[in-house]
Write a protein that binds this ligand. Structure first.
Ligand code: B12
Ligand code: SF4
Length: 495
């Protein structure tokens, strides 16, 4: 079958780099293993319109990914496709997994896949192929209620052609992650991406790739959107990680690798084994980083030293708040002394550190936000990343604000946290206060002599000077209107 996997156009309202979508890379890999002809259409890097693309390729099955700020563009994309070509349209990703019916109600969306996608995607492909073997395809016929084609397909929300929406029960998470093929990067136009490893700057301009060594997180912090990966943490074997790592370095030329796991160090022994294998196989000359943060309570000096020897260059920790009460209230299940210990360990073995912090959590006051700024200064990481609290649907914070606060946005496209605008108010915590403290956080942290000197000494700073200056200007001198690109995206079709 001909399969199209689409990343809808969605550039953040900040200067960001474009990166290949790892979820689509996995879906492409399993489709390819099934024997399908696959094209990934990443609207962020394509010049052609999606309508032109489907008229040429005439896919049997289209999959579109959607996180929250992307979902409306996913709908526009689905509509543009259905207008020119009748095929089965499936949506998946973090947003639609929380609110599947919202998308399935759209006339141009046929199925929503909830959660981890690979097995469900193949299941849908098999059912579609079996139907097409006997008759010509039309969505109307395929989704006819009498066919009952999807009744026992786990993990989906679908619409039969009488307009009724059906939910099947959840699919169990993939137990054996080693059984998955490697992400199919060869389906991306790799030269069009400005960075291959998302979420952080590539260190010193290196050609960087990402890897996922485990999926899921056993914690449930109140602000974290965990719709895709279930609470059960699963990991790949060290040997499987090593084989993909070698492929990234030796076949794809990776000069830096970013681990994208939510919580890579849940099983310390496994991480030690990965580190040892990287050393034994001489792969430790390629620097790598923990992009998303590892658990502070499991970051002993011994572990970090071994990982440093294995090539680890930089690690992030989710610090979130400097206020003890607020930290407790978000269910992070870590305390400040443990965080201090982890940073000390990381610095003592010579690692660069990143602290992720949030300004404007429910219940915050001017004082608590100031404590977060002060704690960041005390920890003094190389990078302090302050985000303004953005309540994603499906999180506990979203429910708290629904009950006790006031949302200041009602458009999914505003659910980005780089825009420097508060997304809600609660009690005495006004939008003005949160925005003031957010700007203060960056000013107070970065406009000190030591961070300025540290930044100036990094090669990355000078390599990306124009971009860094633009980011600094935007952070310290806020601007409120929408970007031109955002207006252009909206002009493509109102939804
Ligand atoms: C790397 C990353 C980024 C990177 C790259 C994103 C990308 N293009 O992949 C960058 C830094 C650019 C980024 C930015 C943002 N991110 Co981000 N990101 C991640 C992170 C850490 C890993 C993503 C990943 O590769 N996962 C692994 C793959 C295998 O999973 P996946 O992509 O979800 O795909 C699987 C399923 O979702 C499903 N699926 C996905 N699409 C489809 C489509 C079909 C048809 C099917 C059948 C299935 C399916 O199947 C896939 C395979 O199992 C996740 C956290 C996480 N653990 O997933 C957050 C996460 C996705 N990001 C999040 C957010 C909020 C953002 C931002 C909005 C933040 C902001 N700046 O305001 C932006 C939006 C950017 C954009 N352009 O859309 C949230 C999403 C929440 C939500 N409700 O939308 C997450 C879940 C983090 C969190 N826990 O809160 N992000
Ligand atoms: S913030 Fe980190 S530890 Fe908390 S639930 Fe999300 S991934 Fe897990």
């Amino acid at each position: 079958m001909r399969i199209a996997l689409i990343n809808p156009k969605f550039r953040l309202p900040i200067d960001t780099r474009t990166t290949p979508h790892l979820g689509l890379a996995y879906l492409a890999a399993v489709s390819e293993r099934r024997g399908d002809e696959v094209i990934i259409f990443d609207a962020d890097v394509e010049k052609q319109s999606v309508a032109e693309f489907v008229q040429e390729f005439r896919p049997h099955l289209v999959g579109i990914t959607a996180n929250t700020p992307q979902v409306k563009q996913a709908w526009r994309t689905a509509r543009a496709i259905k207008e020119v070509h009748d095929c089965l349209i499936v949506l998946g990703g973090p947003h639609v997994s929380v609110l599947p019916e919202e998308s399935c109600e759209k006339p141009y969306v046929d199925i929503v896949v909830r959660g981890e996608g690979e097995d469900t995607w193949i299941d849908i492909s098999d059912r579609l192929e079996a139907f097409q073997a006997d008759q010509p395809y039309s969505t109307e016929a395929f989704m006819h209620p009498e066919n009952e084609i999807f009744e026992d397909c786990l993990g989906i929300t679908y619409k039969t052609s009488d307009g009724r929406i059906h939910n099947t029960i959840d699919r169990t998470p993939i137990a054996d992650l080693d059984s998955l093929p490697w992400p199919a990067y060869h389906h991306f136009k790799m030269d069009k991406y400005t960075n291959l490893q998302p979420a952080t700057d590539h260190v010193d301009g290196a050609r960087s790739f990402s890897i996922m060594t485990s999926r899921g997180c056993p914690y449930r912090c109140t602000f974290c959107s965990q719709s895709i990966m279930p609470i059960k943490w699963r990991s790949r074997s060290p040997e499987s990680v090593l084989a993909e790592w070698r492929h990234l370095v030796e076949d794809l030329g990776a000069e830096e690798i970013g681990i994208l796991d939510d919580s890579a160090n849940i099983r310390v022994k496994r991480l030690e084994e990965i580190g040892t294998l990287l050393i034994e196989n001489n792969l430790n000359h390629v620097p790598w980083i923990f992009v998303n943060g590892i658990r502070a309570n499991l970051a002993s000096k011994e572990l970090l030293q071994l990982l440093k020897d294995a090539g680890l260059r930089r690690t992030a920790f989710g610090v979130e708040s400097g206020d003890p009460e607020v930290l407790k209230s978000i269910d992070k299940k870590v305390d400040h002394d443990t965080i201090r210990w982890a940073f000390k360990n990381a610095k003592e073995v010579g690692l660069e550190t990143i602290a992720f912090l949030i300004i404007g959590l429910p219940g915050e006051t001017r004082e608590s936000m100031q404590r977060t700024i002060d704690f960041a200064i005390e920890l003094d990481p190389l990078i302090a990343n302050f985000s303004m609290m953005t309540p994603y649907p499906g999180t506990k914070v979203y429910e708290i604000i629904k009950r006790q606060g006031r949302f200041l946005i009602n458009d999914w496209e505003d659910y980005v946290f780089f825009e420097q605008q508060a997304r809600y108010e609660m009690g005495d915590m006004s939008a003005e206060l949160v925005e003031e403290m957010y700007r203060k956080a960056y000013r107070q942290f970065y406009l000190r002599p030591s961070p300025i000197m540290r930044r100036l000494k990094t090669k990355d700073f000078w390599l990306n000077l124009p971009r860094n200056v633009r980011i600094a200007t935007r952070t310290f001198v806020p601007k409120k209107e929408k970007t031109n690109l955002r207006q252009a995206v909206e002009a493509e079709g109102a939804i």
